[in-house]
Ligand binder design. Structure first.
Ligand code: AHR
Length: 517
């Protein structure tokens, strides 16, 4: 017995010393769970040029009859974004939704205290629901629990979802929307644990308010689903205590708890930056444990799932933000220009979401256009795809069906904040029709990895396509002038024989291996 253990340890050591090799083990039975397509959601907030200059630019040559940019809609459709969260974010905590309905020339301009801008209210609830229809996506609506509460929230549900014959539903009809918007998924406020939030609350205060608001919203429309605010990020001092208290109050009234997480790379430490997927895995697992603890405490049959409704890389624009001029309409703000390294971490974050597909049912990359976004536009001008666009596209288009765990045996490294970081990270998805197996694999290391993958559980399969995203320089970005500087390409660096796939995963690469079953 002792001898066997020693042999295993020696093998592991030897493997650690063989930096260019890895093994992936795949099995039909390694099922994590059905993927809810809403994990490929996005986010549009009234911030910077996300709305004004992003989705809405009435003077643009490609604007449609509502003033929506057709090219933005086209890319949103290409990404197959299933749901978009709206209207914030921090913005929602000071928002009067009634300002954004009815004749546009009667809508007030307001000081917007989340981002110190002027909100002209030319886009509002009806326009956003209309935009979503045109973009082929659903709406996830947030209500203001910062400065407002149950009354404004239940009125908004009535405005959006009640068919007719009441004050708010008839007002919607009068405003030109005969059919209800049928918004199914709602956020009960945003980041209410954060002192920066307009109307910040303690967990006790928020837990009570969220419960009472949830109760009346569901009384108006019992078919809706509700997300309670979790912690703003894993580094909050109150993280986990917040969820415990909030769920103690709200467990029976809500369906999901939210998670938010952004990662930066201010120290320019690539290994440490890419290792953040481990933080994301731990954060998700700790939130699941917290939800399940309250379930046990309450002897409840119901499970609370996760809405990871803000996630991304975010740091490039911070210095520029310092120079921002207050009280502008649609100012340039938080316009991170992403490099290739950021795209790798975005790929890793998508793998982390898929690895927890049994409990993460909604996730929104923050945000969709211009503000920390995969899509960039010039006001009145060009559009281009950032580096982070591509892993998001691949996961959204090829990552639907059943998520499968991939057992990875790869070299590991230590970084400033993490130990034993596997260089290779992977997850697989069996398509809904069971005709494709897609492996998403991220090589976080500076060496190519020759990787063996046992596919004997899938007799007769063949590789239909392998997409590889690499760059000669981790810091390269795309721009309006050079929109295709860093784009994925197809690769034929693989061999599949007798159910054994050998594939070269290039140094610092995001890989999508599409296997036809
Ligand atoms: O996405 C930008 C901001 O980040 C959101 O408004 C807020 O919820 C988070 O802090």
């Amino acid at each position: 017995m002792e001898e066997d253990k020693n042999m295993e340890q020696n093998k592991a050591k030897k493997h650690e010393g063989d930096p260019g090799k890895a093994v992936m083990k795949l099995d039909r039975d390694f099922q994590i769970g059905e993927i809810d397509k809403r994990i490929y959601g996005s986010f549009i907030e009234h911030i910077g040029r996300a709305v004004y200059g992003g989705i809405y630019d009435p003077g643009h040559p490609l604007a449609d009859d509502c003033g929506f940019r057709r090219d933005v809609i086209e890319l949103t459709r290409e990404l197959q974004v299933p749901i978009v969260r709206y209207p914030g974010g921090n913005f929602v905590s000071g928002y009067n939704w009634e300002d954004g309905i009815g004749p546009k020339d009667k809508r007030p301009k307001r000081t917007e205290l989340a981002w110190f801008a002027v909100e002209n209210n030319q886009m509002g609830t009806d326009e956003f629901c209309e935009w979503s229809r045109r973009a082929g996506t659903d709406v996830m609506m947030a209500v203001n629990l910062g400065t407002r509460g149950a009354d404004a929230a239940r009125n908004l549900v009535e405005y959006c979802n009640f068919s007719s014959g009441t004050y708010w539903s008839d007002l919607r009809i009068q405003n030109g929307y005969k059919e209800p918007h049928n918004v199914r998924l709602w956020n009960l406020g945003n980041e209410m644990d954060g002192p920066w939030q307009i109307g910040h609350k303690t967990a006790q205060e928020y837990g009570r308010l969220a419960s009472e608001t949830a109760k009346v919203m569901k009384w108006v429309d019992p078919t809706i689903e509700l997300v309670a605010c979790g912690s703003s990020n894993s580094g909050m001092d109150t993280c986990y205590d917040w969820e415990t208290t909030v769920l103690d109050h709200a467990y029976d009234f809500v369906d999901y708890i939210s998670m938010h997480q952004y990662y930066g790379n201010q120290e320019d430490d690539t290994p440490n930056f890419l290792a953040n997927t481990m933080d994301m895995d731990h954060f998700i697992e700790n939130i699941i444990a917290t939800c399940d603890y309250i379930q046990a405490k309450k002897r409840s049959k119901k499970k609370i799932n996760i809405s990871f409704d803000e996630w991304n890389v975010w740091y490039h624009a911070f210095p520029e933000n310092e120079k921002a001029v207050k009280w502008q309409e649609g100012p340039s703000f938080n316009e991170d220009i992403y490099n290739f390294e950021d795209a790798l971490l975005v790929g890793g974050m998508l793998i982390s979401l898929l690895r927890h597909a049994n409990r993460v049912k909604v996730a929104c990359q923050a945000q969709l256009v211009n503000v920390i976004a995969p899509i960039m536009t010039e006001n009145g001008g060009r559009i281009w795809k950032q580096t982070i666009y591509y892993p998001y596209l691949h996961a959204s288009v090829y990552g639907r069906g059943t998520a499968l765990d991939v057992l990875v045996d790869s070299p590991k490294y230590d970084s400033k904040d993490f130990t034993d970081v596997p260089i290779l990270d992977a997850v697989a998805v069996e398509s809904e029709e069971k005709d494709y197996l897609t492996i998403f694999a991220l090589n976080k290391g500076m060496q190519d990895l020759v990787t063996d993958c046992d596919l004997r559980d899938y007799p007769g399969c063949h590789v239909e396509e392998m997409l590889v995203y690499t760059s000669p320089d981790l810091k390269l970005s795309n721009s309006a002038d050079c929109p295709d500087r860093v784009v994925p390409h197809t690769s034929s660096d693989y061999k599949l024989e007798d159910g054994r796939l050998t594939v070269k995963l290039a140094a610092y690469s995001w890989n999508v291996i599409r296997i036809r079953l």
